[in-house]
Design a protein around this ligand. Sequence first.
Ligand SMILES: [Zn+2]
Length: 67
Amino acid sequence: MKRAMKKLAIWVVLLSPAVALAHPGHGVLPGNSLWHWLCEPLHAAPLAVGALVAVAALRKLLAARPR
Ligand SMILES: [Zn+2]
């Protein structure tokens, strides 16, 4: 469990710079709206990758858990 959480933390740190890019200046939706963060590929792609990694880590954790 500790190892999986450490791996997850490393991925979050690796992916966070892509999510935290400065505003404004890109995209067609205002930078302060939720839709900007959900629809702009620059933000949505890293969030989607992060979510997939988190789901994969959680599935692996649950599969490895003794019953
Ligand atoms: Zn943006």
